[in-house]
Design a protein around this ligand. Structure first.
Ligand SMILES: [Zn+2]
Length: 306
């Protein structure tokens, strides 16, 4: 750039010539500025990219990580002495991979091979798997010898029967499987016969997850009652066993929903509220972690109980 004030104009022949020279210099300056701005553009674009925000431990305790496979770096909850029989018991909401899903959905799921690797890790770290229906008893008489962990699978996908169940049998580990009644026998979902077979296994707890998987907090109370009570009754008639726990579709519930679940005779219900702190006070809105926690390094799982 040529700073105009640095040029000495006094030796120029006349005012007209001076005016033309100044105008010329202004034009040259404008050209230089424009060219300079264009050249610097890529640099500006690079440096104004949004910054990645690192979650602080405080944020981790209150928020589900944006990316479900992102690993928490600290324990997700701290013990609150005001809660009745509070214990840190991880309940994992595992989503096994489904071949027919698109890439976005696949990113939130876990490959059978990786799932198997994590089952081996859980064994190595002396975790003991329990059912959700065991929680009231677990919280009352907490076992000091074993680290309890609960594996849950929502929605009644067929891949649970095909990919997960054989692994649970291989490692003798338990899981709670939540069914959407009206999707039984649909493509990608469990069939009646497969469900009956699973219900007879000592490794599987079958739980209710409504008839149609609606957002319960948006429905009129009468409809909520039907979705919750009928899902329990129908499964009990089909499987000839008590259905004791419930999972809120989308983790969506309010005080009315919670009261209906309690009244229907369930002993516990899982939400999608992030955390591992369970207590008799939140037995109908239990905290869960997503598959990401299972993808976690061995050291994270070890840290949970050390
Ligand atoms: Zn669901």
């Amino acid at each position: 750039m040529i700073p105009l004030f640095l040029l000495n104009m006094s030796n120029l022949p006349n005012t007209r010539a001076k005016k033309i020279t100044i105008l010329g210099l202004i034009i040259i300056n404008l050209i230089i500025w424009t060219a300079g701005f264009c050249l610097a553009q890529p640099f500006f674009q690079k440096t104004t990219k949004p910054l990645t925000i690192k979650l602080t431990p405080a944020a981790i305790t209150n928020k589900t990580p944006a990316n479900l496979l992102e690993l928490p770096t600290t324990r997700p909850t701290t013990l609150n002495p005001k809660l009745t029989n509070a214990k840190e018991i991880p309940i994992i909401n595992v989503a096994p991979i489904q071949e027919t899903w698109d890439e976005v959905k696949k990113k939130m799921t876990i490959e059978p091979k990786e799932f198997e690797r994590q089952l081996v890790t859980l064994n190595k770290l002396h975790f003991t798997t329990y059912f959700v229906k065991d929680l009231p008893e677990l919280l009352t008489n907490y076992p000091t010898s074993a680290h309890p962990i609960i594996l849950t699978f929502d929605d009644g996908y067929k891949n649970f029967y095909l990919d997960v169940y054989p692994l649970l049998q291989k490692y003798q580990m338990k899981a709670t499987y939540y069914i959407i009644n009206n999707l039984i026998n649909h493509p990608d979902y469990i069939s009646t016969n497969q469900l009956i077979e699973l219900s007879q296994s000592p490794l599987i707890e079958i739980g209710a997850h409504t008839l149609d998987h609606p957002h319960l907090s948006t429905l009129p109370t009468e409809k909520v009652k039907i979705e919750i009570e009928r899902s329990k009754d129908e499964l009990e008639k089909l499987l000839h066993q008590p259905i004791l726990t419930f999972a809120y579709p989308y983790g969506d519930f309010n005080t009315t929903t919670l009261a209906i679940v309690k009244q229907a005779g369930f002993v516990a219900a899982v939400s999608t509220k992030y955390g591992i702190l369970q207590s008799l006070d939140n037995i109908f809105s239990l905290h869960r972690l997503r598959s990401g926690a299972l993808m976690a390094s061995d050291s994270y799982l070890t840290k949970l109980f050390n």
